[in-house]
Design a protein around this ligand. Structure first.
Ligand SMILES: NC(=O)c1ccc[n+]([C@@H]2O[C@H](COP(=O)([O-])OP(=O)(O)OC[C@H]3O[C@@H](n4cnc5c(N)ncnc54)[C@H](OP(=O)(O)O)[C@@H]3O)[C@@H](O)[C@H]2O)c1
Length: 351
């Protein structure tokens, strides 16, 4: 039996507004025995996913998942490598996607949450946290099921996506553009991101929401109004799109990052457009679609091969840097999926 030094980051206090990485989190190192109980596996974390939803998990309020407790390891989806196993279903070297949080190692009993992933040469396992992971799946189900894009689709259908240069938004926008052939307008927070959206991802128009003339530009870009608005941000962008929503339009409420740090968020001022335009606004949580993930991953893998889906990752190194990286996500420092790389894969067992 041996011991492993395991660096973890725990939730130290609940922020009321913006996250202060120094007071919100605490780093600690604990010794972890590598002796496993029946059916247990020891995993080494390779990549940690950073998600805006983490801000909600820090609040002690009713939600779709229980809050992270004070002094508990911060929750996250991770990609990890099995380095020791007492489970008949797992062996050294298997790569899994699992929720084991901001730490370097974990001892787990395999459950539905632990998913073995097939790795391919040239495809980083981090892909299974991004375009083929929870954020890509969110975009897939949000735009197809909640947005009902197959019913509208085509060049006469105008789709607007906020947070369009981010992990979820970039996938939703590309599915709308390159799979369903819609006219797609992406909204992002810098001119560089707007260039990425039009020049690299092939969207029709990209608008910087920080421009003083943003709403005017949105009106010019949507002469036939908005059939589907895929919203990741809420706030003023949502209000602008409510003012441009088409008759029977759909608003896919994927996220509302502009409000997550507000102690008391304010609601949309123009929601009565839903009445006058007989439009529909609907939220969803990706976990509701868990039984359909297989088909979605198959579709998206095909679209990647066909060149219809491109992705980028913004990678920060070292688990101790996760708190600062989470703040960077809220500052818009990322293009595509924001990740922490924790370690390289082991090629042979050291235990
Ligand atoms: N419903 C679900 O099941 C589900 C699942 C996953 C994610 N989500 C939601 O989807 C959204 C995107 O998540 P993600 O993981 O893909 O993150 P992401 O878009 O990759 O990163 C967050 C981005 O939000 C933008 N942002 C930050 N503050 C903003 C503000 N005040 N106004 C407008 N934009 C702001 C930043 O880009 P800019 O530089 O463009 O500002 C930043 O890069 C989040 O709201 C998240 O909660 C929902």
């Amino acid at each position: 039996m041996g011991f492993i030094q395991n660096t973890q980051v725990v939730l130290a206090s609940r922020p009321v507004t913006d996250i202060d990485p120094k007071t919100t989190f605490r780093k600690q190192t604990v010794s972890l025995s590598d002796e496993l109980g029946p059916n247990e596996v020891l995993v080494k974390v390779l990549f940690v996913s950073l998600d805006p939803a983490m801000r909600g998990w820090m609040r002690d309020v009713r939600s779709y998942i229980r809050p992270v407790r004070i002094d508990e390891v911060m929750r996250s989806s991770d990609v990890a490598q099995v380095i020791k196993s007492n489970s008949p279903d797992y062996k050294f070297g298997d790569i899994v996607r699992v929720t084991c949080g901001w730490q370097e190692y974990a001892i787990l009993t395999p459950s539905e949450d632990m998913v073995k992933i097939k790795t391919f040469p040239g495809v980083s396992p981090s892909t299974y946290l991004g375009v083929l992971g929870p954020t890509g799946l969110t975009a897939y189900f949000g735009i197809t099921d909640i947005g009902e894009i197959a019913k509208k689709g085509g060049p006469n259908c105008t789709v607007v996506v906020s947070g369009a240069a981010g992990a979820t938004g970039s996938v939703a926008a590309q599915i709308a553009k390159h799979v369903y052939g819609c006219r797609v307008i992406g909204i992002a927070g810098s001119d560089d991101k707007c260039d990425y959206l039009t020049k690299e991802l092939g969207l029709d128009v990209a608008l910087n929401y920080k421009s003083k003339t943003f709403f005017k530009e949105l009106c010019v870009a949507t002469p036939k109004l908005i059939d589907i608005f895929y919203d990741n941000t809420g706030g003023d962008i949502l209000d602008g799109c409510l003012r441009r929503i088409a008759f029977k339009g759909r608003i896919v409420v994927c996220g509302a990052i502009s409000t997550y740090n507000e102690a008391v968020p304010k609601g949309p001022a123009y929601y009565s457009a839903l009445i006058t335009q007989r439009a529909r606004m609907e939220g969803f949580i990706v976990f509701d679609y868990a039984k359909q993930y297989g088909k979605a991953i198959e579709d998206m893998s095909k679209w990647i091969k066909e060149g219809k889906l491109k992705s980028r990752e913004t990678i920060v190194h070292g688990i101790e840097n996760a708190p600062d990286a989470l703040v960077k996500l809220f500052n818009g420092d990322n293009t595509g999926k924001m990740l922490v790389k924790v370690a390289d894969e082991e090629t042979r067992s050291m235990l």
